[in-house]
Structure formats: structure tokens, C-alpha cells
Design a protein around this ligand. Structure first.
Ligand SMILES: [Zn+2]
Length: 182
């Protein structure tokens, strides 16, 4: 296999690819450069909105273009605002901070964290209620910013196709500014 065709990549994205095909893809001497663009095409076809997808963050969230902004958007259409601000701040959060509440989601229950030391935070989309992330951290720990990609550098250096609105300002975490302004 020289190039992964779109049909195969779509099967991969949808989790219904055959094991043999995965093996063959893994054995490719060189990954084809086109794959990322085909991947974006597939993602774009699967969502119901028109904003251009720049990168996928997880099963439901994407960084997309909205006019001259780069925002985080759920596949359901819910928008989380500027991608430089941790999107978790705009989710519905359930915190499990008692042993009893943690043991409801751990099996065996002995595997649950110690509620004296840790808490379990679950993040849900306000638009579709999908669970977007889970983090297990000491109480009071700031929300972890799981992925903050340098999009300009990725598109320029790795994909050889710079974004039109490149600016050093895009790769600045604005979460603290956002919180300070509340
Ligand atoms: Zn959603």
C-alpha cells in the first residue's frame, strides 16, 4: 500500500476497519502526506455544520474557523469559544469527591482513588450531554488543559500549507486572562 485511500481511512475513523488493513497500514514504510487532508475531509463530511475543521481534539470536539476566530466546537454544534481558553471552563462538570460517589464508577471498587486525596471530574457538553473528558486530580487542582496545539507551526512545518491567518498570538494560552476578567 502506497497511499491510504479515503474509504479505508473512513473505516478507521468509524472504528470498523479490518485488522488486516490496520496491519498493512502500520507496515507502510512511509506514511503518505495526503492522509491528514483526507482525514479532515472525512471529519468535515460527518459534521452538520460548515465551519472549517483545523484539528480534531477528541471524539466530539474540534478546533474550527469561525470568521476570523479559531474556536472549539462540538459535533452537536455547541460552541466553546476561543480555542486558547481551556474549553473545560464552558462544560457542565460533575465532581465525584466522596468515596461512595467514586465507587459507583469503579470496578472493582478497590480501584477507586482515595477521596481524601483525589477527586474525579467529569466534563459534559452543555449542548448534547456527551461526556468529553474525565480527570482525576487533587482537590483544588486547576482544570488540566489537555491539548493546546501550535496550529500555525503544525500547518506550516509539518503539512507545508501555512494557515492564512498566521500570527504569534495564536499560540498563547488565554485561560488565565479569561479567568482574571470574570
Ligand atoms: Zn455537544
Amino acid at each position: 500500500m502506497e497511499v491510504v485511500d479515503k474509504g479505508l481511512l473512513k473505516q478507521l475513523v468509524e472504528g470498523r476497519i479490518a485488522d488486516d488493513d490496520v496491519d498493512e497500514m502500520r507496515r507502510m514504510a512511509k506514511k503518505d502526506h495526503q492522509r491528514f487532508w483526507t482525514y479532515l475531509d472525512i471529519l468535515q463530511e460527518k459534521v452538520s455544520w460548515d465551519n472549517t475543521i483545523l484539528m480534531r481534539l477528541n471524539d466530539h470536539l474540534y478546533i474550527v474557523m469561525r470568521g476570523n476566530e479559531r474556536i472549539v466546537k462540538c459535533d452537536c454544534g455547541h460552541e466553546y469559544g476561543d480555542y486558547r481558553v481551556n474549553w473545560k471552563l464552558h462544560t457542565d462538570i460533575r465532581t465525584r469527591d466522596t468515596q461512595e460517589s467514586m465507587e459507583k464508577v469503579y470496578y472493582p471498587t478497590a480501584a477507586a482513588p482515595d477521596a481524601d486525596w483525589m477527586e474525579v471530574r467529569e466534563f459534559f457538553c452543555p449542548g448534547c450531554s456527551a461526556q468529553l473528558a474525565v480527570e482525576i486530580v487533587p482537590p483544588g487542582y486547576p482544570l488540566t488543559f489537555e491539548a493546546f496545539p501550535d496550529l500555525d507551526r503544525f500547518y506550516r512545518e509539518f503539512m507545508n500549507k501555512p494557515l492564512e491567518d498566521e500570527s504569534p498570538d495564536w499560540f498563547k494560552d488565554k485561560t488565565a486572562d479569561y479567568l482574571a476578567a470574570l
